[in-house]
Design a protein around this ligand. Structure first.
Ligand SMILES: *[C@@H]1O[C@H](CO)[C@@H](O)[C@H](O)[C@H]1NC(C)=O
Ligand SMILES: *[C@@H]1O[C@H](CO)[C@@H](O)[C@H](O)[C@H]1NC(C)=O
Ligand SMILES: *[C@@H]1O[C@H](CO)[C@@H](O)[C@H](O)[C@H]1NC(C)=O
Ligand SMILES: *[C@@H]1O[C@H](CO)[C@@H](O)[C@H](O)[C@H]1NC(C)=O
Ligand SMILES: *[C@@H]1O[C@H](CO)[C@@H](O)[C@H](O)[C@H]1NC(C)=O
Ligand SMILES: *[C@@H]1O[C@H](CO)[C@@H](O)[C@H](O)[C@H]1NC(C)=O
Ligand SMILES: *[C@@H]1O[C@H](CO)[C@@H](O)[C@H](O)[C@H]1NC(C)=O
Ligand SMILES: *[C@@H]1O[C@H](CO)[C@@H](O)[C@H](O)[C@H]1NC(C)=O
Length: 901
C-alpha cells in the first residue's frame, strides 16, 4: 500500500516536470483545437500566436492532462468555416464562446454532439442556416446565445426539451413562423430574447410554466393577436418588451404582475386601459390605441413614462398620479388630454428632465411652479390651447436645451428666455400675441417666431416694396411680404452668424477671411453680379470662356486616366463652349454640362459657382482627396480643371439623371417648383451632340423594387461616409436631386464633400442644407452639422420615395385639420407624415403611398414599413433618429419582389 502511494506521487511529479519542460501537455484534443485555429485565425495573427502553448492562453481552459473544457475566442476576427472533427472532437467541452467573429455557415453537425456543453455562444457571426433540431442533444445547456446572425426558418420546438436552459438569446436573426408552445413551457427559463426576428402568428394560447422567467423580449417581430391570459402566471417577470409587433386586445393579463419593472409595449395596437403596474419603473406604451385616464396604477419608483400617440383622455392634472421624486421622463404627447395646465402640481416633479405634453387639448396657463423642476432639459407643450404668459420662473430652468411652445395662445414678454444659456432649440411660433424678442430671433432664426404678429411689422419696416406693387387684398399681401422679408432677414442673420463661426473654425475662405462681418456684407453685394458665373449667359458662349486665352495650356487633371492629357480645350469642344444646349441641370452648386470626352468618356462637368473661394492650391488638394473617397454608391469624381477663377469638377455621367425627376409625376405637375431647389430638365430639348441625355420616359413609374434598391444604395453610401474605415464625412446636402441613377437605376450620391468644402460660401443654402431637407437643428443656434443631420435629410428622401411627393410645396391631403389652434395647415412632407402617423388609422397611411409604385399588397406592406423608417429618420430630435447603419440593417430585412412591375 505505502509503496503504491509513493509511486503514484512519483508519477504525478514526473508528469508535472514533463509538463513544465515541454509546455502544456499535448493531447489529441489540443491537436483538434489547433486544427480549428489554423482554419479560422486570420493569417495576420498567425505569427504572433504561440501554438505550442495553447492551454496556457487565458482564452482556453484545459485540464492538466490537456482535455479542453472551455473556449472563449471572442472578438478575434475569426473567419471562414468551423471544420468537422475540430471543435466537435472536444467531447469534454462545457463552455464555448465564439462571440463577435466572422464565422460562416455551415455549423458542422458534430458540434451538436458536444453533450457536455453548458454554455454556447455563436453570437455576432455570419451564420446563415436553419437551426438544427439536433440542438436537443445538448441536454446540459444552460445558456444559449445565437443572437445577431442570420439564422432563419422556424425555432425548433426541441428547445423546449432543454430542461436546464436558463438563458436563451435568439435576437436579431431571421427566425420565422409562429412561436411553438414548447418554447413557452420551459420552467427553467429565466431569460427569453427572440427580439428582431420575423416571427408571426400569435402567442400560444396557454403559456404556463414560465414561472421563473425574469426577462421576455419579443420586440421587432410581426406577432399578432391578443396577449394570452397565461402571461399572468409570470410572477417573477421583471422586464417585458413586446414593442414593434401587431398585438391587439387589452392588457388585462399584465394586471397586477408583482415584479414587472420595465414594460415596453410601444408600436402595437393594444386597446383598453393601462393595467395596474405596481412595481413599474419604466413604462413605454407609445403608439397604441390605449384609452382611459392616467390613473394611480404605477409604482412609486416610476421614472420613465411614455404614453404618446394613444387615445388617452382626462384632465392633464391627473399627472399627479405619476408624480414621484424619481420621475425623469414624461411623454404623453398626441393624446386627447384636456383641462388646465395650471392645475399640474410641478412641486412634486423635482427630478423631471423631459416633459412632452404636445398635441393634446390642454388649456390654462403654465404654472409658476414649473421653475421648481430645475433639471428640465426638454419641454414640448406645442399644439395645445395654452394661454397666459411664459412664467418668469423659467429662468431657473438653467439646463433647458429644447423648448417648444409653438401653436398655442401664449402672450406677453419672453425676455427671460434669453438668460437660458443651454438652449439649443427654441420654437415659439404661432402664438399670435406673444411679444417679439429680437435677441431670440437673431439667435434661433425667424422660424422660431413665425406667426407671431409682433415680429411682422418690425421686419416689414426695413424694406417695404413700393405701394403700387401691392394691389388689392392689402392685408394678405402685407402679411405675405412681411413674412417673406422677415424670413429673408432672419435667414440672413442666422446665416451671418453661421458664416462667421464657420469661417473662424475652419480657416476656409482663404481670400476673405480677414474681412469683418460688415465688410463681408458689402462684398456680397458687390460680388453678386460677378458671382452669377457662367450660368447667367443668354448667348451660347460666355465672357469667362472667351477670357481664357490659351485653352490648350490649361490642363485637366484626370485621376484615373492621366494619359489622356486632356486640356480645357477638350472641355470646350465637348460642350460647344459650355453651350446651354449641353447643360443638363442647374444645381445649387452650379450648372452641370454633359460632355463626351476623347476616349469615349462620358462625363458631367460641374462649374462650381462658389469655387473661387478656394485658392488654386486648396482646390487641387481638396479635389484630390475627394477623389479618393470611393464607394459603389457614390458618383465617382474623375477629375478637375482650374481655369482662371473657375473650378470645374468632372464626374462620371449617370445615364438616368437625378432621382427627383423620376418622382415628380406627370410633366404638367412639375412646373412651378423653385428652380433653385430642383434642377430643371426640359424633355423637349433636342440635344444634338453625341452626349445626349436620355429623355424622361412617358410613364414615370419606378416600381417598388427599384425604389427600395435606391433607398438601400443611398443608405449604404451614407453609412460608408459616416462610419467607413477611412472616411468620416457628413454629406450635408442629401436630397433627391443629388441622388443620381445609372443605367441600372443603381443610386449614386453626388456632390460628396462639396457642401463642406464650400461651406463658407455666400449661399446660405449650404450653411444648413437644402430647403425641405434640412433638419430642424441646422436652423438653430449652435446647430452643428452632424451625421444625424444627414439621417434627417435621408429620411426625407425615403418619404419622397414611398409617397412620390415633394418635400415642400406639394399638396398634402389634410385629413382632420391640422393643429388645434393657430397652426397653419400642413405644408411639408415631414409634417404631413407625422400627422398621419399620429392618426394611426392605417387607412390614412396607405393613402399616403405612391400608388404608382405597387400593385400587390406585399409591396404595399413593405412601403408602409419604409414609411415608418422615414418617419423615425425625420424625428425632430437628432438623438431620436436611428444611425444610418441601423437603417441599412432595417432596409435589408425588407426584400421586395424584384420581378413585380
Ligand atoms: C511558446 O510557449 C512555450 C511554452 O510556454 C515557450 O517555451 C516558448 O518560448 C513560446 N514561444 C514563443 C515564440 O513565445
Ligand atoms: C476527431 O474524431 C474523429 C472521429 O472520432 C477522428 O477520426 C479524428 O482523428 C479526430 N481528430 C482529431 C484531430 O483528434
Ligand atoms: C468585435 O471585435 C472587433 C475586433 O475584431 C472589435 O473592434 C469590436 O469592438 C468588437 N465588437 C463588439 C461588439 O464586441
Ligand atoms: C407567417 O410567415 C410565413 C412565412 O414566413 C407565412 O407562410 C405564414 O403565412 C405567415 N403566417 C401568418 C399568420 O401571417
Ligand atoms: C378639444 O376640446 C374642444 C373643446 O373643449 C373639443 O370640442 C374638441 O373636440 C377637443 N379636441 C380633441 C382632439 O379632443
Ligand atoms: C403639490 O405637491 C407638493 C409635494 O408633493 C405638496 O406638498 C403640495 O401640497 C401639493 N400642492 C397642491 C396644491 O396639491
Ligand atoms: C438634478 O440633476 C443632478 C445632476 O444630474 C442630480 O445630481 C440631482 O440629484 C438632480 N436633482 C434631483 C432633484 O433629482
Ligand atoms: C415699424 O413702423 C411703425 C410705423 O412706422 C412703428 O410704429 C413701429 O415702431 C416700427 N417698429 C419698429 C420695430 O421699428
Amino acid at each position: 500500500m505505502g509503496s503504491c502511494k509513493c509511486w503514484c506521487v512519483f508519477v504525478i511529479c514526473l508528469a508535472s516536470v514533463f509538463g513544465c519542460v515541454y509546455g502544456s501537455p499535448r493531447s489529441e484534443e489540443v491537436t483538434a483545437l489547433e486544427n480549428f485555429l489554423h482554419a479560422v485565425l486570420p493569417s495576420s495573427s498567425f505569427t504572433s500566436f504561440n501554438f505550442s502553448a495553447i492551454c496556457s492562453w487565458e482564452k482556453i481552459r484545459c485540464t492538466e492532462d490537456g482535455i479542453v473544457t472551455g473556449i472563449f475566442l471572442e472578438s478575434l476576427d475569426l473567419r471562414g468555416y468551423i471544420p468537422m472533427n475540430t471543435l466537435g472532437n472536444l467531447s469534454s467541452l462545457s463552455e464555448l464562446s465564439l462571440y463577435n467573429n466572422s464565422l460562416q455557415s455551415p455549423i458542422p453537425p458534430d458540434i451538436w454532439s458536444l453533450t457536455n456543453l453548458r454554455y454556447l455562444s455563436l453570437s455576432l457571426n455570419s451564420f446563415e442556416e436553419e437551426l438544427s433540431t439536433q440542438l436537443s442533444h445538448l441536454v446540459k445547456l444552460e445558456r444559449l446565445d445565437l443572437s445577431q446572425n442570420k439564422f432563419y426558418g422556424p425555432i425548433p420546438q426541441q428547445i423546449g426539451q432543454l430542461n436546464h436552459l436558463q438563458y436563451l438569446y435568439l435576437g436579431f436573426n431571421s427566425f420565422s413562423g409562429s412561436l411553438s408552445a414548447d418554447v413557452f413551457t420551459n420552467p427553467s427559463l429565466r431569460v427569453l430574447d427572440i427580439s428582431h426576428n420575423e416571427l408571426n402568428g400569435s402567442l400560444p394560447p396557454q403559456p404556463t410554466n414560465l414561472s421563473n422567467l425574469l426577462y421576455l423580449n419579443l420586440s421587432g417581430n410581426s406577432i399578432s393577436g391578443k396577449l394570452p391570459f397565461g402571461l399572468s402566471a409570470m410572477r417573477t417577470l421583471a422586464t417585458l418588451d413586446l414593442s414593434n409587433n401587431s398585438f391587439t386586445g387589452d392588457l388585462e393579463s399584465l394586471h397586477g404582475l408583482p415584479s414587472l419593472e420595465q414594460v415596453i409595449l410601444s408600436f402595437n395596437s393594444f386597446t383598453g386601459p393601462i393595467p395596474l403596474l405596481r412595481s413599474s419603473k419604466i413604462v413605454k406604451m407609445n403608439s397604441n390605441l390605449l384609452s382611459g385616464h392616467i390613473q394611480a396604477v404605477f409604482g412609486p419608483q416610476l421614472s420613465v413614462l411614455d404614453l404618446s400617440s394613444n387615445s388617452l383622455s382626462g384632465a392633464i392634472s391627473e399627472l399627479v398620479n405619476v408624480s414621484s421624486p424619481l420621475m425623469k421622463h414624461i411623454d404623453v404627447s398626441s393624446n386627447s388630454f384636456s383641462g388646465s395646465l395650471s392645475l399640474v402640481n410641478f412641486t412634486s416633479f423635482t427630478a423631471l428632465e423631459y416633459l412632452d405634453l404636445s398635441s393634446n387639448n390642454i388649456t390654462g396657463s403654465i404654472p409658476d411652479a414649473i421653475g421648481d423642476s430645475t433639471n428640465l432639459t426638454y419641454i414640448d407643450f406645442s399644439n395645445n390651447m395654452i394661454n397666459g404668459s411664459v412664467p418668469q420662473s423659467f429662468v431657473h430652468l438653467t439646463s433647458l436645451s429644447h423648448l417648444d411652445l409653438s401653436c398655442n395662445s401664449l402672450s406677453g414678454d419672453v425676455t427671460e428666455l434669453t438668460r437660458l444659456q443651454n438652449m439649443k432649440y427654441l420654437n415659439l411660433s404661432f402664438n399670435e400675441n406673444l411679444g417679439c424678442n429680437f435677441a431670440l430671433v437673431a439667435a434661433f432664426g425667424m422660424g422660431s417666431f413665425s406667426g407671431v404678429m409682433d415680429c411682422r411689422p418690425a421686419a416689414a419696416n426695413i424694406t417695404l416694396p413700393p405701394p403700387g406693387s401691392l394691389r388689392k387684398g392689402k392685408i394678405n399681401l402685407g402679411i405675405v411680404v412681411g413674412v417673406v422679408v422677415g424670413c429673408v432677414l432672419g435667414l440672413g442673420v442666422v446665416f451671418m452668424i453661421f458664416s462667421v463661426v464657420r469661417c473662424r473654425k475652419k480657416g476656409r475662405w482663404p481670400r476673405h477671411s480677414t474681412l469683418s462681418l460688415k465688410q463681408r456684407v458689402g462684398t456680397f453685394k458687390e460680388d453678386s453680379k460677378f458671382m452669377s458665373g457662367p450660368f447667367s449667359f443668354e448667348s451660347n458662349s460666355g465672357p469667362w470662356v472667351a477670357n481664357v486665352k490659351n485653352a490648350t495650356s490649361v490642363p485637366v487633371i484626370m485621376f484615373e486616366k492621366p494619359l489622356l492629357n486632356l486640356t480645357f480645350a477638350d472641355l470646350l469642344r465637348a460642350t460647344s463652349n459650355f453651350n446651354r444646349e449641353t447643360q443638363v441641370s442647374q444645381g445649387g452648386l452650379g450648372p452641370v454640362y454633359s460632355a463626351m470626352l476623347p476616349g469615349d468618356l462620358h462625363v458631367s462637368i460641374k462649374v462650381l459657382i462658389d469655387g473661387r473661394i478656394l485658392t488654386n492650391e486648396v482646390a487641387a488638394s481638396e479635389f484630390s482627396s475627394l477623389a479618393k473617397i470611393k464607394h459603389p454608391n457614390l458618383v465617382p469624381l474623375l477629375g478637375y480643371c482650374i481655369v482662371g477663377e473657375e473650378r470645374l469638377v468632372i464626374y462620371e455621367f449617370m445615364k438616368n439623371g437625378g432621382l427627383h425627376r423620376w418622382l415628380l409625376g406627370s410633366p404638367d405637375c412639375s412646373q412651378g417648383f423653385p428652380p433653385h431647389n430642383h434642377m430643371y430638365y426640359d424633355v423637349s430639348r433636342d440635344l444634338a451632340s453625341r452626349a445626349t441625355v436620355e429623355p424622361l420616359p412617358e410613364a414615370v413609374n419606378l416600381s417598388w423594387g427599384v425604389r427600395h434598391k435606391i433607398a438601400l444604395g443611398l443608405a449604404r453610401a451614407l453609412a460608408f461616409l459616416h462610419h467607413g474605415q477611412s472616411v468620416k464625412l457628413v454629406h450635408r446636402d442629401v436630397k433627391a436631386s443629388n441622388v443620381m441613377l445609372d443605367e441600372e437605376f443603381e443610386p449614386h450620391l453626388a456632390n460628396t464633400g462639396l457642401a463642406g468644402l464650400l461651406a463658407g460660401s455666400e449661399d446660405a443654402m449650404f450653411a444648413g442644407g437644402s430647403p425641405g431637407y434640412a433638419p430642424p437643428e441646422y436652423g438653430q443656434s449652435g446647430g452643428k452639422v452632424t451625421s444625424m443631420g444627414d439621417v434627417f435629410s435621408y429620411g426625407v428622401v425615403l418619404l419622397e420615395l414611398v409617397t412620390g411627393k415633394k418635400p415642400i410645396g406639394d399638396t398634402y391631403e389634410d385629413e382632420e385639420g391640422a393643429g388645434t389652434s393657430g397652426c397653419p395647415a400642413i405644408n411639408d412632407l415631414v409634417g404631413w407624415i407625422r400627422m398621419l402617423m399620429h392618426e394611426k388609422q392605417s387607412g390614412s397611411l396607405i393613402r399616403a403611398l405612391d400608388s404608382r409604385a405597387y400593385e400587390d399588397p406585399i409591396s404595399q406592406g413593405q412601403m408602409l414599413e419604409v414609411l415608418r423608417i422615414g418617419y423615425l429618420c425625420t424625428a425632430d430630435l437628432a438623438s431620436k433618429r436611428p444611425t444610418i447603419q441601423q437603417v441599412v440593417g432595417l432596409l435589408k430585412d425588407i426584400a421586395p419582389n424584384m420581378n413585380s412591375p
